[in-house]
Design a protein around this ligand. Structure first.
Ligand SMILES: [Zn+2]
Length: 253
């Protein structure tokens, strides 16, 4: 590492790259805290609940209809058997005959009532089916909306992750060019001073603390290849040169 010539701008570049990484990471967090998604999910829960209730009622009616139809069918089978017996001529007792006839009558009566019930259920179901359908459309729409928001979110996050990946590669390359003791100082200051360890001095102003460097101190800061310390905020300070703006512009694009 020490065989590489150390350019003080590398230190500034490291800071600028890490600033952009932080900003992009914060952007990802903001995208994840999507209020639109929260309200879309809330709406979906509501319309899904509504659909489940209506659809549940509809299915209950359908089960009841089926149960009644099965019962009618079984009873019809019974009626047929009773009638076969009645017409077979094997029944000789008048009392037995009367019993069979009365049983058939009861069964027919029951079936007639059940068929009325079935009809009523079918009318109800017919009326409900439109509501079930509308409710399903509403539910599907809410679900589609969630998926759209999630897809858009993921696309944006994916783009940012790729950018960050590129920046991390660049950061690793820059780090290799910086001598260990400066890197150590950089990390230390970064931890202590809100993530910003390197300042740029332009027209005797520190671009981080925004303070003017006192004249006596400023007069000693004239070597652009030197790393100074801002007398006010204590960060490592490098004198401005155009190259720094070029790196900034490049990182912003
Ligand atoms: Zn400063």
């Amino acid at each position: 590492m020490t065989n590489l010539k150390f350019n003080v701008v590398d230190l500034v570049e490291l800071q600028l790259v890490e600033n952009v990484i932080s900003a992009r990471s914060a952007e990802i967090e903001r995208i994840k805290n999507n209020e639109e998604l929260v309200s879309a999910e809330k709406e979906f829960t509501e319309v899904k609940g509504k659909f489940n209730r209506i659809n549940g009622k509809y299915n209950d009616l359908e089960s009841e209809r089926k149960r009644l139809e099965d019962t009618v069918e079984i009873q019809n089978e019974k009626i047929k058997n009773e009638e076969n017996k009645l017409f077979s001529g094997t029944i000789t007792s008048a009392k037995e005959l009367e019993n069979y006839q009365s049983e058939v009558k009861i069964l027919r009566q029951k079936n007639s009532e059940m068929e009325d019930q079935i009809l009523e259920i079918m009318i109800n179901m017919e009326e409900m089916s439109k509501r079930v359908e509308l409710s399903k459309v509403e539910k599907d729409k809410a679900e589609t909306n969630i998926n759209r928001i999630k897809n858009e979110m993921n696309e944006k996050i994916e783009v940012l992750k790729n950018i960050i990946e590129g920046l991390e590669k660049r950061r690793d390359d820059v780090i290799l060019k910086i001598p260990d003791d400066y890197l150590k100082k950089y990390k230390e200051l970064r931890g202590k001073k809100g993530g910003i360890a390197v300042a740029v001095l332009k027209d005797n102003f520190c671009n981080v603390c925004n303070m003017q460097i006192p004249v006596v101190a400023a007069e000693k800061m004239e070597d652009i290849d030197e790393i100074y310390s801002c007398p006010i905020c204590g960060r490592m300070a490098v004198i401005y040169r155009d190259e720094i703006d070029s790196i900034k512009k490049e990182l912003e694009s």
